[in-house]
Design a protein around this ligand. Structure first.
Ligand code: MN3
Length: 202
């Protein structure tokens, strides 16, 4: 069965003024769609055909760059849309997640700073992450291009896309402004909580 582009879980205008409908039309309808279409073409007749997306991401890493880049970006964007919502962000972190942030990351303010810093300092295209390691600890990281915590044995809880296509129409070259607005106004913490509940071994 071919992979499919999911619909956005909200209207294109829902995230304004922090992320415009124009950005979402390009980012979802063109960029994400291209990853899905390329992935379906590239896996046809290969060992990856018929596997679940997570398996394709893990098995193609370091082995088949074309399949990996498109599979990982499909996985990342499937999560990226519900990682945002209207009137999200800020300190509305569910208690269970906040307790883990306090335990492992030095508290909310330090976590916010470290997450934004990871996004700012990812040179070129990539992502900044909050993930849970296989030992059950939270960690902040950054990765280039489509790479994600899955291929490092961790499970992503939150990720922000720092490819220019995610912010250039709205923020031009000001990636730090995008990251601050994203963190303070868009994060859907309920989705973070759902992913924590799904963490392997969690
Ligand atoms: Mn993107």
């Amino acid at each position: 069965m071919a992979f499919e582009l999911p619909d956005l879980p909200y209207a294109y205008e829902a995230l304004e003024p922090y992320m415009s409908a124009e950005t979402l039309h390009y980012h979802h309808d063109k960029h994400h769609k291209a990853y899905v279409d390329n992935l379906n073409k590239l896996i046809k007749g290969t060992e990856f055909e018929g596997l679940g997306l997570e398996e394709v991401v893990k098995k193609s890493f370091g082995k088949n760059a074309g399949v990996f880049n498109n599979a990982a970006q499909d996985f990342n964007h499937i999560q990226f849309w519900p990682w945002m919502k209207k009137d999200g962000g800020g300190k509305k972190v569910p208690g269970a997640i906040l307790a883990l942030i306090d335990r492992d990351l030095g508290g909310f303010d330090k976590f916010r700073n470290d997450f934004i810093e990871a996004g700012k300092t990812q040179f070129g295209s990539g992502w900044a992450w909050l993930a849970v390691t296989k030992d059950g600890k939270l960690e902040v990281s950054k990765t280039p291009n489509g790479e994600n915590p899955l291929v490092h044995g961790a499970w992503p809880l939150l990720g922000v896309d720092v490819w220019e296509h995610s912010y250039y129409l709205d923020y031009k070259n000001e990636r730090p402004k995008y990251l601050e607005a994203w963190f303070d106004h868009l994060i859907n913490w309920e989705h973070v909580e759902e992913l924590y509940a799904q963490a392997p071994g969690g």
